[in-house]
Design a protein around this ligand. Structure first.
Ligand code: ADP
Length: 702
């Protein structure tokens, strides 16, 4: 050998040996294939290998350059490819595989095959060599009970198997040192057990205590029979599978002789154990302290002793595997708990931001936080509060955004808890929002402050409502004072007249009329304000009775007509004659209030006077409802305001200041219409008048 480890022969000899190798390779009674360890593409193979393939690959070299998935029967494809991946990943060769293939023409065939890794100088697995020998005949002969006992004579294998036992434990211990991933450890354990003993299958289940069942983690080599594979995937503790009992015991379950166990009824003749050509079976419960983690099971082609090296090897590996499973379970538990907390935080309507103490960076923000601040999540996360502010200051043209918590965070990081602090900020979309926030330090379990948490909500809507309410109160006091002043003034005039002994004349009548009119205005204003409180307290109730809608409209027109000389009010009935009535089950006074309010607005917002029409549409085809409308030719409503006028306290901007109002009339009308099960809408053009429509159900069913 030269220092590089290659064989030092001269070129001549090399060519000769190459030729011998080529001939041997061609003539070998074993199918041999060489694969790339990454892509699993076939690189080279001897003629027998191609002979073994099924049509259309049979006998020709077309398989070169392709992975085995293409020519493997579907039933075994996944299992075989798992073995390829395991050998390529772990570097542990696969040696004792007897595999059952459903062949295209010949039915079930049996194969003994191996897969060995070839490494490069750095020890990386770069190639895989597969050998294939068909053993269908031998397997069929073996399946007869007489042959079975003859082919597995009980010999003394103890010395040899003891060595293998140590090999297995060493392989598992080595894999635990490399990684604590249970899947990897299971792969290494099963490959080592299969290589060391004549095992048929090795499989590992994990315990699912919540479902009281075992779940298959890994099986090697995979079962060809899909039905059996499915049975093994999920085994409830209550099932009559042997391994289901493992959760209740610490000793391994050992069936030294499957045939005998079947004859004695220990295992049912339908069990997969009885169907496969097996002789022994061992299942080791995997315990980690007081926790049952799963099972390690192996089936053997040979009869094994209850205290034989196979059982001891499995027992020794079981400690490592149980520890890896426990570790994985705890990891999953922690992850699940974390995910659960995250999903709770993500669904909260309050914004939550957590910053790190070390650098002030935001390391967590929930969805609500991003939405309230109108910042993309990726901008929020990982930038410091300071940086966030600067990023937006320098952003050309964009409004300046300063997250309002630098100070709060500093105080929280010094251990202070600040609650319900109101701040306002300009968001990147230019909107000014008012935010109510609380902040507190986040401490580690040793008490050191590791960060700060800020919980906040957008209270802009509440704030603007509060502001509107304040404005309303100042308006209301002004509106209420006007009639009170008039009433007071005219009452004083009357008082003076009476005191001076003057007889009541036309002046006195005028004063009384004004007192009466202003008292009514006062009553209406007070009633509207009371209604507002009733709506807030859910106390606005309807007192329904059967009444005639046409009568209500006429009454409303009569009342409102008396308040104006500039307007001509008239009723239009659509689909009815003048003498018709339209009966409905409604609150008469509230319906009168609806129409009166719309009419008084029509008068108020047509300062030049003009015609005002109250209409009622009734069609005998759609008898369940009517549409009432009030049409004026007044100021109209600007397009952008149409959706706002039904909101409480809303008055159109730049309205003529001489037109008084509180901005609650239409809000009340809408609430009353809705309480009746109806709908209100408006069609209007600025400067050309408005038409308010009310669709009202007649509610005969009541
Ligand atoms: P207000 O007490 O201000 O009249 P409302 O709630 O009745 O309150 O009306 C809200 C706003 O809708 C009014 O301020 C006015 O700008 C507008 N509006 C209502 N009715 C009409 C109408 N017929 N024509 C034009 N604008 C109207």
């Amino acid at each position: 050998m030269n220092p590089n480890g290659s064989i030092g022969v001269n070129r001549q000899t090399n060519i000769e040996t190459d030729e011998y190798f080529a001939v041997m390779f061609e003539q070998m009674p074993v199918g041999v294939g060489l694969y790339d360890a990454q892509t699993f593409c076939l690189l080279a193979a001897n003629p027998l290998f191609f002979e073994f393939l099924e049509p259309p690959w049979h006998g020709n070299r077309q398989a070169i350059g392709h992975p085995p998935m293409l020519w493997l029967p579907e039933a075994v494809e996944q299992g075989v490819m798992d073995i390829f991946r395991t050998v390529a990943e772990t570097g542990v060769p696969y040696h004792s595989g007897i595999y059952m293939f459903p062949a295209f023409e010949r039915g079930i065939t049996y194969w003994n095959w191996t897969l060995s890794p070839l490494r490069d100088q750095d020890g990386e697995v770069v190639r895989l060599v597969q050998t294939l020998v068909e053993i269908t005949e031998q397997m069929e002969a073996q399946r007869s009970p007489a042959a079975a006992s003859a082919s597995f004579p009980a010999t003394n294998r103890d010395g040899e198997t003891e060595r293998r036992h140590l090999e297995v434990v060493e392989a598992v211990a080595r894999s635990v040192r490399i990684s604590l991933d249970p899947k990897r450890i299971s792969m290494a354990a099963s490959s080592a057990i299969l290589n060391a003993f004549k095992a048929r299958h090795v499989f590992i289940h994990t315990a699912d205590p919540a479902q009281q069942a075992l779940r298959l983690l890994h099986i090697y080599p995979p079962l060809a029979d899909q039905r059996h594979a499915a049975q093994l995937k999920y085994i409830p503790y209550a099932s009559n599978f042997l391994i289901a009992r493992a959760h209740a015991q610490r000793d391994p379950i050992v069936i030294a002789d499957v045939k005998e166990a079947r004859d004695q009824g220990v295992i049912s003749s339908e069990s997969p154990l009885a169907i496969y050509p097996l002789n022994s079976y061992v299942s080791v419960p995997l315990w980690f302290g007081e926790q049952f983690e799963g099972t390690l099971t192996a089936s053997f082609l040979e009869t094994i002793a209850v205290d034989g090296p196979e059982v001891r090897a499995l027992l020794d590996c079981s400690t490592y595997i149980a520890a890896a499973l426990a570790n994985a379970r705890l990891h999953v538990d922690v992850e699940n708990e974390r995910a659960r907390l995250r999903s709770i935080l993500d669904q909260l309507p309050e914004g939550i931001i957590i910053t790190e103490a070390a650098n002030g960076r935001i390391n967590y923000a929930n969805t609500a936080a991003a939405a309230i601040l109108a910042l993309p999540m990726k901008t929020l996360i990982n930038t410091s509060l300071q940086r966030n502010a600067q990023a937006f200051v320098s952003n050309n043209g964009a409004p300046q955004v300063v997250l309002p918590w630098n100070f709060a965070v500093i105080r929280a990081l010094s251990g202070e808890i600040i609650s319900s602090q109101e701040t306002s900020m300009i968001r990147p979309d230019g909107k000014t929002v008012t935010i109510l926030s609380s902040s507190a330090p986040v401490r580690s379990k040793w008490g050191t402050i590791t960060g700060a948490v800020i919980v906040f909500q957008d209270i802009t809507a509440q704030k603007s409502l509060e502001q509107q309410k304040n404005e309303f109160l100042s308006f209301a006091s002004h509106e209420l004072r006007t009639p009170v002043t008039a009433i007071q003034g005219f009452a004083e005039i009357l008082q003076l007249q009476v005191e001076s002994g003057q007889l009541p004349g036309p002046q006195s009548l005028h004063a009384l009329a004004i007192i009466n009119e202003q008292s009514q205005t006062l009553t209406r204003l007070i009633d509207e304000m009371l209604d507002l409180t009733r709506i807030d307290n859910m106390q606005l109730m309807l007192h329904r009775s059967r009444c005639d809608l046409v009568g209500i409209l006429l009454h409303a027109i009569e009342i409102q007509a008396s308040t104006t000389k500039k307007h001509q009010l008239r009723l239009v009935l659509d689909g009815l004659t003048d003498t018709d009535t339209v009966m409905a089950f409604v609150d008469k006074n509230r319906c009168l209030q609806i129409v009166s309010n719309l009419l008084s607005n029509a008068i108020k917002y047509s300062p030049e006077g003009g015609a005002i029409v109250v209409g009622l549409h009734y069609s005998s085809a759609a008898r369940a409802e009517v549409v009432i409308w009030v049409k004026d030719h007044g100021t109209g409503i600007p397009e952008g305001e149409i959706t706002n006028i039904f909101k409480r306290f809303h008055r159109v901007q730049d309205i003529d200041p001489s037109i008084s109002g509180l901005g609650i009339g239409l809000y009340l009308v809408k609430e009353l219409v809705t309480l009746h099960g109806g709908r209100i809408w408006v069609e209007s053009a600025e400067g050309r008048g408005s038409t308010f429509f009310v669709r009202l159900p007649l509610n005969f069913t009541h």
